[in-house]
Design a protein around this ligand. Sequence first.
Ligand code: PGA
Length: 252
Amino acid sequence: MRKKIVAGNWKMNKNLEEGQALASEVKHMAEDELSGDVQLIMCTPFIHLSTLKGLLKGSAIGLGAQNCSEHESGAYTGETSVDMLKSVGVEYVILGHSERREYFNESNELLAKKLDTTLKSQLTPIFCCGEPLEIREKEEQNKYVQQQIEESLFHLSAEEVSKVVIAYEPIWAIGTGKTASAEQAQEMHAVIRKQLEGKYGKEVADSISILYGGSVKPANAKEIFAGEDVDGGLIGGASLKSRDFIDIAKSF
Ligand code: PGA
């Protein structure tokens, strides 16, 4: 059975005080309203992680970062290492979000290195892939996403790749209010799973959680999550409101 996951990506939002308030609301609502078969994760700004780890003590909510360095340590001013993340109790790291690919020039090759560093330290990567609008308009999205996966993941062993969570996020649906239809999401998730099966076999492919991301809200989550190969969501905007985030997790 694949894990069902709802992960919030706070991006560069909320100062520490606001972040503590949000995390504490989510924690209490999750305790009162969720049954525990969905893994909730909050991926917050680096600077909040240590404090939020304390705040989330005793709760089943996972804590994630939104990026990490491909290097283990050294003279890389401004960077954050996996060891630093581990040392404050972080369990997940988003890698290859489209905003990092676009604004910080993260390539498939660099992400392959970040995946290695992350897996080596026993953190769980949430690897993002997804096509821009012009690729979707040319109907070349499958090839585009398959190439992202091949170039960043396919050097991993079956054991390593089984530890990766994949998030399919069509760029044209991120923060735009425009969601992929449930059919479009399921279609791409099935393409990704088939590709993983071709390389690693059915058992491994069936064990990997594939999340959908891009304007997921309480109003559309149920329909999107109904897809056979859709194992949850990576939630941006709606993860900044505790009520919406919890309602999305309740949509399974
Ligand atoms: P959104 O962001 O839910 O605000 O569209 C999703 C993401 O970027 O991970």
